[in-house]
Design a binder for this molecule. Structure first.
Ligand SMILES: [Zn+2]
Length: 467
């Protein structure tokens, strides 16, 4: 590295110092939050009606374990990233990719072929180094706190499938993008941006029908009270609902959720089976014996034969599910979805424009060990990931703040639909089922929470109306 000029050195160390600054800042925030987990041993009086002391203690221990895990995995990935930069891992991997490309000699576009090999190796490396961490998180932490529903075999098969599907999308998309940048001329950044816009629209369209079913089982919600009530609620706000699905989230974990997706006049709602009290397999006791009814009483649901069944009934009643959906559809009705898409596309355009301004600067490449060549893929990586990182941090903070505003607005929307008391109890149940900890450090929650703290949401639901 001795021959490097000062500008290159400044760029390199600025990137490194910034990355560590963010790391230390987040470690400090996590430390503040951990202090709260340690110190808040009893349910605060204002939460007495919301959480029983047993659930409170469970949630405290769960969050504490997760936070400690986050500390070690965060430290590891920061150290790994730093070592890769200091030891010249990126130019090394680029060289190896070049050797492999020359040996197998595929494709007329040498640099693009080399880029694809590089991308494959880089994603393989990150998948392999990440694997022990996600194994530990799933089979030690989630398992210990009663969330994990997967076997190691299912997990590994899933990871393999995910890797294969990612490659099938990433490699053709990247090669087309590199080709567009190469032949696009002066205004290549406009074409590149349009291309990523089209790709993301296609992905959103095919994801639910062709990609998500590779991983999870989606079944249409059977006819019944819940279905007809959801349909009439959708109709009342002109939500163009075409289908309602239940996804077998219980195969993975007992965390619960609901969402909608789709374009224009073709919207679908997806409910996790774990969200639905009557539907969740986790509420069904023991093995399936003939004569055992589908229903279980809330009490006496303990099963000794199957330890993975939790001993408390989980999920929401139908009116509560409708209130949760009222909140979700509020996001649509209030234009939150469109606003988020517009923001992310404006951001993507800005990034491609700045990329076009910066890509010709050789010192950026030299700073990261590319002295002779300036491969486009490496340029994308350096500029989007390293050079933009202060901007990315700022943007992600602003989006978190915005997201919390949207959550309050969606809650108010459900309230205006007359579903505030059901939403109130649903929020409490969901927090309990997911073992959310209801006390947060203000700085930690301001930085990380995409949803407002439980108590603030409950207060807003019962307090004076905002508009
Ligand atoms: Zn929401």
């Amino acid at each position: 590295r001795g021959l490097w000029g000062p500008i290159e050195d400044i760029i390199f160390y600025a990137v490194l110092v910034f990355s560590w600054t963010v790391y230390i800042w987040e470690a400090y925030l996590a430390y503040r939050q951990r202090k709260i987990y340690r110190a808040t041993m009893h349910v605060p009086t204002e939460l007495g009606k919301i959480m029983d002391s047993e659930t409170f203690e469970k949630s405290r221990l769960y969050q504490l374990d997760k936070s400690n895990f986050g500390f070690w995995s965060g430290l590891y990935s920061e150290a790994e990233g730093t070592l890769i930069l200091l030891l010249g891992g990126i130019p090394l991997l680029w060289k190896v990719s070049g050797i492999l490309t020359a040996r197998f000699g595929f494709g007329p576009e040498y640099e693009i072929s080399q880029s694809l090999v590089f991308l494959m190796l880089a994603t393989l490396f990150s998948a392999l180094t990440g694997l022990p961490w996600s194994l530990y998180s799933t089979f030690v932490i989630e398992e210990k706190h009663g969330f994990n529903q997967q076997t190691v075999g299912f997990f590994l098969k899933d990871a393999l499938k995910k890797f294969a599907v990612t490659q099938c999308i990433l490699l053709p998309v990247t090669s087309l993008l590199l080709y567009i940048i190469k032949i696009g001329g002066d205004y290549f950044f406009i074409y590149a941006w349009l291309f990523t816009l089209v790709v993301s629209l296609i992905l959103v369209t095919i994801y639910a029908d062709y990609i998500a079913p590779l991983f999870d089982k989606f079944t249409p919600l059977p006819d019944g009270e819940l279905k007809s009530e959801i349909e009439s609620m959708a109709k009342s706000i002109y939500f163009p609902l075409t289908k309602i699905y239940v996804v077998e989230g219980s195969k993975r974990s007992s965390h619960s959720n609901a969402y909608f997706y789709g374009f224009f006049k073709n919207k679908r709602i997806v409910l996790f089976d774990t969200l639905l009290e009557d539907y969740s397999p986790l509420n069904k006791s023991g093995e399936k014996e003939p004569g055992t009814g589908e229903e279980n009483e809330a009490a006496g649901n303990e099963s000794k034969s199957k330890p993975k069944v939790r001993n408390k009934k989980q999920g929401c009643s139908n009116p509560e599910v409708l209130a949760v959906l009222g909140h979700e559809l509020g996001h649509w009705k209030l234009g939150h979805t469109v606003k988020n898409i517009v923001i992310s596309q404006m951001n993507s355009f800005l990034c491609f424009f700045l990329f076009a301004v910066l890509i010709g600067r050789k010192e950026l490449f030299i700073a990261f060990g590319f002295h002779e060549t300036q491969p486009t893929l490496i340029g994308l990586m350096i500029i989007f990931q390293f050079i933009f990182s202060p901007y990315n941090e700022l943007l992600s903070f602003c989006l978190t703040v915005l997201s919390r505003r949207f959550e309050f607005q969606a809650d108010a929307f459900a309230r205006n639909m007359g579903r505030s008391s059901e939403l109130y109890s649903a929020l409490i149940k969901l927090n309990k089922d997911n073992l959310g900890f209801p006390v947060a450090d203000w700085l930690f929650s301001m930085w990380h929470y995409s949803h407002p703290p439980l108590l603030e949401r409950l207060r807003a639901l019962t307090g004076p109306k905002q508009d």
